[in-house]
Design a binder for this molecule. Structure first.
Ligand SMILES: [Zn+2]
Length: 70
């Protein structure tokens, strides 16, 4: 039982390297996809709308690592 249901957290590789939580150093994450809406994009001052983000949520501390997908 995890933060988002019954998924088990998993190790994640990004750009050929194992992802480690930048806060606590943990190496298991829950994976979620998020569609970024216009309000969010405006908040970040991006001028391209409706991008998709990969979210890796640290299974220990809950820190969300965002990866914007092209
Ligand atoms: Zn963490």
């Amino acid at each position: 039982m995890g933060l988002f249901g019954q998924d088990d957290p998993e190790a994640v590789e990004v750009a050929g390297r194992q992802l480690e939580c930048r806060v606590c150093g943990h190496t298991e994450f829950w994976h979620r996809r998020a569609q970024l809406n216009t309000a969010v994009m405006s908040f970040f001052d991006f001028d391209w709308a409706n991008a998709t983000a990969d979210c890796q949520v640290c299974a220990r501390c809950g820190y969300v690592h965002w990866f914007l997908l092209p």
